[in-house]
Design a protein around this ligand. Structure first.
Ligand code: SF4
Ligand code: SF4
Length: 296
């Protein structure tokens, strides 16, 4: 049976999953994409000022299925951490996409973009001078079919844009001055990334909230779905991280954070921030981390 958008969305929010969404969905997406005409969709992954944690989150958590996705479903033509090519050969992929694949590729950006002058984040060089990351974001962004900002840094500036911000770091949307799909999180859950990429490839733009986040993953408040909510309602607050009770007085930002972590769980459905006793830090919200400081 064909994978309809309705079924896809149901699977995305089918939070009574016993396995990670990625494991459940990927075989279906694989069948749908391979059945679709037009061959493998081209994906270009551009990395700026970040820690590569978003890539690590994606690669670690859906293993081994991610290998199948990267090798067989999509044509991942540029990823700085995964590709074998380097130097001019690697950069020729960017140039080829800009010149010959206008409107055909999905651009995924990880990391924030420096806006102050200085040698902060350069990718390749031309005539002996480093090429600023922002130049690639503009050129690749102009020719892309869709742009997805992956992680808090690419979405809203993140840690590089925190107080001090020596480089003038900003997120993709602020830099390009046009709407993009934001998948925040530090790092984002692999399901959020795979689910959004799959939706764009199969059905086009997902429904977004005010901050550009796909509603299918960021439509619910953490606090409303937290297993310690009963403690909050009974004013039973933990005084130390090792105690039972709501973590609000220890700094939990669940009441003002939107994501489905309590149901989706992390690390292949082992646990999530509150369950592990740490509290939510608000990592999916614009303005993080400054707006949420002190975190604990
Ligand atoms: S631990 Fe955090 S998310 Fe859970 S009920 Fe308390 S304040 Fe809300
Ligand atoms: S619980 Fe909060 S801090 Fe933890 S991953 Fe989810 S949104 Fe981020």
């Amino acid at each position: 049976m064909a994978l309809t958008r309705r079924k896809f969305l149901k699977m995305c929010s089918g939070l009574a999953l016993t396995a990670g969404f990625s494991q459940v969905l990927i075989p279906e997406v694989y069948r749908a994409l391979t059945a679709a005409a037009g061959g493998k969709p081209t994906v270009i992954w551009l990395e700026g000022m970040n820690c590569s944690g978003c890539s690590v989150s994606l690669l670690n958590s859906v293993h081994p299925d991610i290998k199948k996705v990267l090798m067989e479903i999509i044509s991942l033509e540029f990823h700085p951490n995964l590709m074998a090519a380097s130097g001019g050969l690697a950069l020729s992929v960017y140039e080829d996409a800009i010149k010959n694949k206008k409107g055909e590729y999905l651009l995924i950006i990880e990391g924030s973009i420096p806006t102050k002058s200085g040698k902060y984040c350069e990718i390749g060089e031309k005539d002996g001078e480093g090429i600023p990351m922002g130049e690639w974001v503009t050129r690749l962004g102009d020719s892309a079919k869709s742009i997805i900002a992956v992680g808090q840094c690419a979405a809203y500036g993140g840690i590089p844009a925190a107080a001090g911000n020596y480089t003038g770091a900003v997120g993709v949307q602020e830099y390009l001055k046009k709407p993009v799909i934001n998948i925040p999180g530090c790092p984002p859950h692999p399901d959020w990334m795979m689910g959004t990429i799959s939706h764009v490839l199969l059905f086009g733009m997902p429904e977004l909230d005010l901050y550009g986040r796909p509603k299918m993953f960021f439509g619910k408040c953490i606090h409303d779905n937290c297993e310690r909510r009963r403690d909050y309602d009974k004013n039973k607050f933990a005084k130390h991280f090792s105690e039972e009770g709501c973590l609000y007085e220890l700094g939990c930002k669940g009441p003002v954070t939107y994501a489905d972590c309590p149901q989706r769980l992390w690390n292949n459905r082992v646990s999530w921030c509150v369950q592990s006793g740490a509290g939510c830090r608000g990592c999916t919200e614009p303005g993080w981390p400054d707006k949420f400081s002190p975190l604990f």
